[in-house]
Design a protein around this ligand. Structure first.
Ligand SMILES: *[C@@H]1O[C@H](CO)[C@@H](O)[C@H](O)[C@H]1NC(C)=O
Ligand SMILES: *[C@@H]1O[C@H](CO)[C@@H](O)[C@H](O)[C@H]1NC(C)=O
Length: 429
């Protein structure tokens, strides 16, 4: 394994360095590091990174996702670059729509966040064939992810294409852009590359009710009315991939059960922008077997919203410093539980409040033993009739004076409210 890694890094590292640092021959590089930290623009930085995979959402969704990542405490967004969507046919590149990598990175930069770009070529992200384009399998004498001439030839061309694109749009830090790190390599732990052979043999079948492995299905459906988000409930299937009107919705794997005996995800978001009013083509590639007739198209009602804040979640660390040789954390104080209705709706009903040991999740909270009676009244007072509200998070406000049912328990505040247009309940539940 290490032999493979070294071989490929030798080929690509000079290429990367030449491009990333090419713009700044005589000045201090924008990004460097020493034994203590990464240094960006001359100042030591703590990087809080999270992954956002641009092709899994649409450009219309990106600003909100990026803003929420920032509000959640990140200063760096990491993404893979997905070779097979950008080069579906050898030499023909696609950077349109939700494949618009340049736009995605510019939006991150505009929010004041940095980017690490993982160019691949092999990626591990529940993505078909590890991100390799299918045509790559047809290259004579190719061996994936190895020191193999045909493989290196194609991956180098792809990596150069991406790096040059980033350079052309001045997206690297040394050009004033937000990309502070880029990674190219064949480092990867698993060699599960040959598991997709079945896709070649795939053929359309008239579904006769018997689940079969490695089968393609297609169906047409009309878009549900309204603006609420649309999702597919894939519970009747097992493991595979879905496309709507040619756009990938991603991989599903509902046959893999968590220790709770349920799939970790059953519903898959279909962006409204993928849909036409009628005759939308759904294509499913099922790897093991399931009943496609029972796939459901759902409208997700976002009128029920929740907020959970706990005493045991550490608050965001904003910086570290040394005092008398001891490392100190400087944290952003927890402000409280914030609720905001979509589409300027107002909070019509407080459905659940617990300051104590509530369990469960939004839509299915379960009260615990030491709930405070006062918290419910407080939420009603602060939130009813408003578009948004914040409940302060401290024991003094949330408990009756001198009446803490279990003072030694670390508590959570869980709130669930229902939004509506006001003046009665004409809801679309
Ligand atoms: C592929 O490999 C075979 C066996 O090593 C060799 O004879 C052949 O010339 C190779 N083909 C190409 C196009 O490199
Ligand atoms: C470095 O500072 C310059 C000037 O303030 C700024 O334009 C640039 O975006 C910064 N670079 C990074 C990577 O933060």
């Amino acid at each position: 394994m290490s032999e493979l890694r070294i071989a490929v890094l030798l080929v690509l590292l000079p290429l990367l360095l030449a491009n990333v640092y090419g713009a700044a021959k005589n000045q201090q590089p924008a990004v460097t590091y020493d034994g203590r930290s990464v240094i960006v623009n001359g100042s030591r930085e703590l990087l809080f990174s999270g992954s956002v995979h641009y092709p899994r959402s649409t450009p219309a969704m990106w600003p909100d996702i990026i803003r929420k990542s920032k509000e959640g405490g990140l200063n760096l967004i990491q993404t893979y670059v997905f070779w097979n969507i950008h080069e579906p046919v050898e030499g023909q590149f696609n950077f349109e729509g939700n494949y618009d990598l340049v736009k995605f990175i510019k939006l991150i930069g505009e929010e004041g966040l940095w980017v690490t770009l993982r160019i691949g070529p092999y990626i591990e992200a529940e993505w078909n064939l590890g991100g390799f384009p299918y045509w790559l399998k047809g290259v004579t004498n190719i061996t994936f992810r190895s020191y193999n001439e045909p493989f290196l030839h194609h991956m180098k061309k792809y990596a150069e294409k991406i790096i040059n694109l980033m350079k052309e749009h001045k997206l690297f830090a040394d050009q004033g852009g937000p990309i502070i790190m880029a990674q190219v390599g064949v480092a990867g732990e698993k060699m599960q590359l040959y598991t997709e052979e079945g896709s070649k043999k795939a053929q359309w079948t008239e579904f006769n009710g018997t689940p079969t492995p490695l089968t393609w299905y297609k169906a047409y459906f009309d878009a549900p009315e309204g603006d609420n988000p649309v999702a597919l409930r894939m519970t009747s299937m097992a493991k595979g991939m879905v496309w709507i009107n040619g756009q990938s919705i991603g991989r599903y794997w509902v046959s893999y059960l968590s220790p709770l005996g349920k799939p970790t995800q059953e519903e898959y978001h279909v962006p409204r922008s993928f849909l036409k009013p009628t005759n939308n083509l759904m294509v499913v590639f099922e790897e093991t077997g399931g009943n496609p007739r029972k796939i459901e198209i759902l409208v997700v009602n976002r009128d029920t919203i929740c907020s959970v804040v706990t005493e045991y979640h550490p608050p965001h660390v904003s910086s570290f410093d040394l005092k008398e040789n001891k490392l100190r954390y400087n944290v952003n104080p927890i402000k409280g539980a914030h609720l905001a209705c979509p589409d300027k709706k107002i909070i019509e009903k407080v459905e659940f409040v617990s300051f104590g040991e509530a369990d469960g999740a939004c839509g299915a909270f379960i009260a615990g033993k030491c709930d405070s009676k006062k918290a419910h009244k407080l939420v009603e007072k602060e939130c009813l009739g408003k578009t948004e509200c914040t409940i302060p998070f401290d024991r003094k406000t949330l408990l009756e004076p001198g009446n803490d049912p279990c003072p030694d328990v670390e508590k959570s505040l869980a709130v669930q409210v229902k939004c509506g247009v006001g003046g009665g309940s004409k809801s679309d539940a």
